[in-house]
Design a protein around this ligand. Structure first.
Ligand code: FEO
Length: 285
């Protein structure tokens, strides 16, 4: 592990510390991908999540500083814009010129900006914001998908992920847990997924299309034969149009292309969850 969470990194503001843990977790996953010489679609997914979660965290933190009347907010916001631009530039370089990017430099840069910012700028607002619990509570209520999202049942939805890549499994679990999903099953193979579903149903299964034992379409057929209120969302390194041509839609509720964007993943889950029949045992709105 590159960065270990310690008491020295704690601000004492609950949602801020939770956000920082997610960011450090993602940073460690960048490191895992580099050490494993991971496929670009997985590293790209991790970097996208880091970019998106960084912006989300900055939004919440700035709201808290504003509501608390913190005098250093303007300087802090400028620092956020610079950091946000730098992280996005790393992501863009990986997307456009992966062969030119020095992965170790990227990792060292991400480590220094994250830890230095938390222990420098973030610690400076601590006393002001800790004195204002209402401001921290209001800022902590800002959801990842923004105020326009009508889905707020993250705590109750049941998700299964079927994917043979450990770094990708780690990433999806981090994204799901970051928005409050607690009922998560993560399995490596489709046969394990089928066996588990019989004992512990899921509302949505996120399933890789290319797998050894059966492809995603065959998996979706088997799930539909079990007559569970389970929706299958297909993850694919191909374009969605190509996948639709090669597969029957039977039993497939939606598709997500890899590299996966955290926002797309969560928007798809919320959309599919809201379409789950009311007979489902989950409390999906
Ligand atoms: Fe926690 Fe200012 O970022």
């Amino acid at each position: 592990m590159l960065v270990q969470w310690t008491k020295e990194l704690e601000t004492g503001v609950t949602f801020v510390d939770a956000d920082h843990k997610v960011l450090i977790n993602l940073l460690n996953q960048v490191n895992h991908c580099i050490v494993d010489n991971e496929d670009l679609s997985v590293l790209g997914s991790v970097l996208d999540a880091l970019v998106e979660y960084t912006d989300y965290h900055f939004l919440r933190e700035e709201k808290m500083m504003e509501l608390s009347g913190y005098s250093g907010i303007e300087t802090h916001k400028i620092t956020h814009r610079v950091l946000s631009g730098q992280v996005r530039a790393v992501y863009d370089d990986y997307q456009n010129r992966p062969e030119k990017v020095n992965a170790v430099d990227v990792r060292d840069f991400l480590q220094s900006w994250l830890v230095d910012h938390i222990m420098g700028s973030d610690f400076a607002y601590r006393d002001t914001c800790l004195d204002n619990a209402e401001a921290a509570h209001a800022a902590g209520q800002v959801g990842f998908l923004g105020d326009g999202s009508t889905f707020n049942e993250w705590e109750h939805i049941r998700i299964m992920l079927v994917d043979d890549n450990p770094n990708f499994r780690r990433l999806v679990r981090t994204i799901l847990r970051a928005v409050g999903i607690r009922n998560i099953q993560v399995v490596e193979t489709p046969l394990e997924g089928i066996a588990r579903l019989a004992d512990r149903p899921a509302d949505i299964v996120l399933c890789d299309w290319v797998m050894d034992e059966m492809n995603g379409t065959e998996f979706a057929h088997k799930v539909s034969e079990m007559q569970l209120p389970t929706r299958v969302v297909m993850l694919t390194g191909y374009s969605i149009d190509v996948l639709k041509e090669r597969s029957s839609d039977l039993g497939i509720a939606d598709y997500i292309e890899k590299p996966v964007k955290a926002r797309t993943l969560l928007e798809t889950i919320s959309r599919v969850a809201m379409a789950v029949p009311q007979s489902s045992s989950t409390r999906v709105a």
